[in-house]
Ligand binder design. Structure first.
Ligand SMILES: [Zn+2]
Length: 316
């Protein structure tokens, strides 16, 4: 390939990736769900999204080092398989839940299907963002959320690299209000795909561009700040789909000049966080998985004082 065509491919990836995923693949998912087609078609779309995510990360990596596995590849694939299965099982359980919990029929069935999905996304975004914020402030929740913050390279599959208990709490907060007003399964299916696509984009190692939309949509440029390892410093940009709630809660943070590398990600106070899947499942239940009052580590950033931040105890 000539250098001109390489540049052209990179340009397409840089500016086309997010619209392709957010509008193209979510649009395909919405069309599949609206038509009531078999649900495995949504898995086909999801597989396409994961394949695209990996391809684009190789065409326009933000940090080429982050494309290389660090004995974490197999573990992350287990995280993805477990958590994605949980999401799909939750969607499948909605009719059952609806039968047990009689919902007042408040759902706007008459709206265009795409508007129903967008409304569901906005409501879920609020619940998930609030639980995410609480997970950085409440020790018990932080224990489980810490698994997600142990990452030191930033790439697509990180989004589903979570303790399943924490994911369940977060998703329940996002979806419970919707189920209580009669969320239809087809809308829930499109929502589940949108969550998976958002997580791929939010943690992507692709150096894509979205212009001023980065101030509204919770994508990777803002989310890297959330993964800064120092206590309190990473307590910003909690949103899953949008940064609207972060603007309102004054937790929005962005600096266009900031560059990130692995030395700035993870948890400064727990550089030796367990890396194996089973150990990550168990660690939150152990004494060490909680918040110690004394930091046993030194911080690589002399400008950051762990002790000065009121939330610091939960990040240790
Ligand atoms: Zn977090």
């Amino acid at each position: 390939m000539s250098s001109t065509s390489v540049t052209a491919v990179q340009a397409v990836a840089r500016y086309g990736y997010v619209p392709f995923m957010l509008i193209g693949l979510n649009g395909a998912g919405i069309a599949v769900a609206a038509a009531g087609a078999p649900k495995y078609w949504l898995l086909v779309v999801l597989a396409g999204a994961i394949a695209t995510a990996f391809l684009v990360e190789r065409i326009i990596p933000y940090d080429s080092q982050w494309n290389h596995e660090r004995a974490d590849g197999a573990r992350d694939r287990i995280h993805v398989a477990v958590n994605e299965t949980l999401i799909l099982a939750s969607v499948a359980a909605i009719p059952l839940l609806a039968a047990i919990v009689p919902a007042p029929q408040l759902w706007p069935h008459s709206w265009p299907f795409v508007a129903q999905v967008l409304a569901a996304i906005l409501v879920a975004d609020f619940g998930i963002t609030v639980v995410h914020l609480a997970s950085h402030k409440i020790g018990l929740l932080w224990r489980f959320h810490a698994v997600h913050h142990s990452i030191t390279r930033f790439y697509g599959l990180n989004g589903l690299m979570k303790h399943p208990l924490h994911q369940t709490v977060e998703m329940a907060a996002g979806v419970a209000p919707l189920i209580l007003i009669g969320l239809p399964v087809n809308v829930a299916s499109a929502l589940a795909l949108a969550v998976a696509i958002q997580l791929l984009l939010q943690h992507s190692n692709a150096d894509y561009r979205i212009g001023p939309a980065k101030y509204v949509l919770a994508l990777n440029e803002g989310h890297r700040f959330h993964h800064l390892k120092w206590a309190g410093i990473g307590d910003v940009n909690f949103g899953l789909f949008t940064l609207v709630w972060d603007h309102l809660m004054r937790t929005f943070s962005y600096d266009p000049t900031r560059r990130f590398d692995s030395t700035q990600l993870g948890m400064a106070a727990k550089p030796d966080y367990p890396t194996g899947y089973l150990r990550q499942m168990i660690y939150p239940f152990t004494r060490g998985g909680g918040c110690a009052l004394k930091s046993t580590t030194t911080t690589a950033n002399p400008t950051t004082d762990l002790a000065s931040d009121p939330t610091a105890n939960y990040r240790r």
